[in-house]
Design a protein around this ligand. Sequence first.
Ligand code: NDP
Length: 311
Amino acid sequence: MIEKVRCLIIGSGPAGYTAAIYASRANLKPVLYEGLEPGGQLTTTTEVENFPGYPAGITGTELMEDLRKQAEKFGTDIRFGVVSSTNLSTRPYKVTIDSETEIEAETIIVSTGATAKYLGLPDEKKYAGSGVSACATCDGFFYRNLKVAVVGGGDTACEESIYLAGLAKKVFLIVRKPFLRASKIMQQRVLNHPKIEVLFEHETLGLTGEKVVQGANLIKHRGQSNEQQVHIEIDGFFLAIGHSPNSEIFKPWIETDEVGYIKTIPGTPRTNLPGIFAAGDVADPHYRQAITAAGTGCQAAIEAERYLSEL
Ligand code: NDP
């Protein structure tokens, strides 16, 4: 049997839960599917100190648990499940969950987030939450006056290096090519920064340390006659090699940019399809913060309510 839903929310990060709180309170009776990683990316960080309202900080898991409880309190139907296919060619929109449950939704809020890319080293898992991070804004504060490394050569890597250089004693920027890919102005800022040392043509082989990261083993000029192993002492290892927005399943219908971020009408969460809204990191290559995701989740729910009342 096909279930009919007025507001379907896909994803359970700050965007999804905030959309759920607003949609429930607007009596849209939202159904939220949590996806593969209930609670989203914040559940993989430790302390969250930059979400307004928590002067003493809160763990990512607790914050997401609180958001979930708040959504449940107002009646959101929260379910475990992953969208396996979509047919958004006509309204109501058809979505299949786990290849078995079929839903027809009048409105959809896509808040499936983005996934930070990792190098694929076993040590990244070993030291997850113990020195390895993919978010300088989230975790940089823990490395005040310590030494850190950032991997990547794009705008994100440069931006995160500069941010970290404002806190840490020293920042190594590990770049696999002999040049930076970032915009010229970012390159200049990085290359002229007294605390940042750019290690061109270096790749990471592994991390060292007892329980937490204490160093990294690198290889310089890999595969060339002057190939050389290098060890650096660091307390934090930050990945900044890009993110993958989780938009694959919507791509046949919803417009995305060349990287895969869902395109929205500037200043709104509206996509190219009426009644489908995108909130949080899946539509945000720039800010990627819990609070900005929550903000767009709120916007998406308000838009869904207005759309339904106009129908
Ligand atoms: P990019 O794709 O631009 O850059 C990724 C970087 O990571 C590249 O230097 C790439 O190296 C490197 N990299 C990728 N895989 C590996 C690997 N396995 N090992 C080592 N290095 C690796 O991603 P960004 O997140 O930096 O930027 C995404 C988009 O967002 C860009 O368009 C960027 O301009 C934009 N942006 C804009 C900002 C701003 O305007 N303030 C801030 C942040 C991002 P290589 O060059 O060798 O491929």
